[in-house]
Ligand binder design. Structure first.
Ligand code: THU
Length: 160
């Protein structure tokens, strides 16, 4: 038996199509990207996270000479938020990434598989969807309404 799954997403040709809070998150993610520590890949990623109470936090990728010891921007932000505000609900996360020498043809950067899995953990825990936006620096933006949209057949605690 063949089955299919589809994902819904929104595409914004330009960030001017975003609403005010989305624009703010985009700016905050770009600011965070500038502070990324990525001397090995020279691929800079920043993200901003909007909590239910309206507060915004951010993170960026942190690399290491022992390469696997580094961490992506999304998990840097998520783990800090979860460590400091364990009860906080996450509404939105905006990710902006691209090479240090940015070229306007660089496409929007989706979160890696490990970050999707980590994001999924918190989406499951809070029982409310997390809106995810991703972009390069060229102003194109992709939005999914839930992390599960980016991670069909996700693994969670129900399997344990
Ligand atoms: N990176 C992120 O920060 N987030 C992602 O979702 C994809 C990749 C970082 C990890 C590494 O520092 C650099 O980008 C190149 O892979």
């Amino acid at each position: 038996m063949k089955k299919e799954t589809q994902i819904r997403y929104e595409y914004f040709r330009n960030s001017s199509e975003l609403n005010d809070i989305e624009k703010k998150l985009f700016e905050k993610a770009k600011e965070a990207r500038e502070k990324a520590y990525a001397p090995y890949s020279n691929f800079l990623v920043g993200c901003s996270v909007l909590l239910e109470n309206g507060e915004i936090y951010s993170g960026n990728n942190q690399e290491n000479a022992a390469y696997p010891s580094g961490l992506c921007a999304e998990r840097t932000a998520l783990f800090w938020i979860a460590a400091n505000f364990p009860e906080a609900k996450i509404e939105k996360i905006f990710v902006v990434g691209g090479p240090r020498e940015f070229h306007e043809k660089n496409p929007p950067i989706p979160p890696c598989g490990a970050c999707r899995q980590s994001l999924m953990e918190y989406e499951t825990k809070q029982q409310e969807n997390i809106g995810l936006y991703f972009s390069s620096m060229n102003e194109e933006v992709v939005k999914v309404h839930a992390i599960k949209d980016l991670l069909p057949f996700y693994f969670d605690a129900t399997f344990l």
